[in-house]
Design a protein around this ligand. Sequence first.
Ligand SMILES: Nc1ncnc2c1ncn2[C@@H]1O[C@H](COP(=O)(O)OP(=O)(O)OP(=O)(O)O)[C@@H](O)[C@H]1O
Length: 211
Amino acid sequence: MHIAITGNIGAGKTTLAEQLAAHYGWEVLYEAVEGNPYLADFYDDMPRWSFNLQIYFLNSRFAQVKKIMDIQQANRVASHPKTVVQDRTIYEDAAIFARNLYQNASMTERDYDTYQHLFANMMSLVRPPDLMIYLRASLPKLREQIQKRGRSYEQRISDEYLTSLNQLYEEFVASYQFGPVLVLDVNALDYANKPTDFKYVLDQIDAQLKI
Ligand SMILES: Nc1ncnc2c1ncn2[C@@H]1O[C@H](COP(=O)(O)OP(=O)(O)OP(=O)(O)O)[C@@H](O)[C@H]1O
């Protein structure tokens, strides 16, 4: 099975992925942050680095797509099939991050067209997750968590950037039709510190997956 966690910067995807993996014995597929050669430069100068960064993320996310395909192939004959939990999906790169950069004029039209054509080619191989978990978080909550995590280059992210990503996330989730979506309001949930909140999340997931 393939579970994906989707949500804005600092929404708490990695924490939840790790908690779910520990609880259910799932394998986590992380987003490549350490060693990303563009991210810090990108936050300094988005127009200069937007295309480079988007190609980097698209490629690393496509590597995950292939890995998930390999696991699903192996699962067909395995006595103990694996479940993977993915920290952010390839859909978000295109529908949210790249689109936002184009809309705020940080990516040129020709670069955006090239990106979209590459993405469309890759999409022919992408299979949607069995469950998408959307972590909905307000701007103050995102800010609080970004600050707590303390990556220096992320402290430069503007409210405007986070707000427009949040709008695109809402549009993406409202129009997503590839499978079930579980929406969790992380403003009202502290699953990292409160066992009752984590139990609530598990109950919601169990009900969706019927386990
Ligand atoms: N396609 C993309 N375009 C621009 N920035 C991206 C893209 N994908 C990821 N990022 C950035 O890379 C970094 C990823 O960090 P990380 O994996 O910790 O995720 P996160 O979005 O902060 O999640 P969370 O706090 O919910 O675990 C963030 O700064 C994020 O915004």
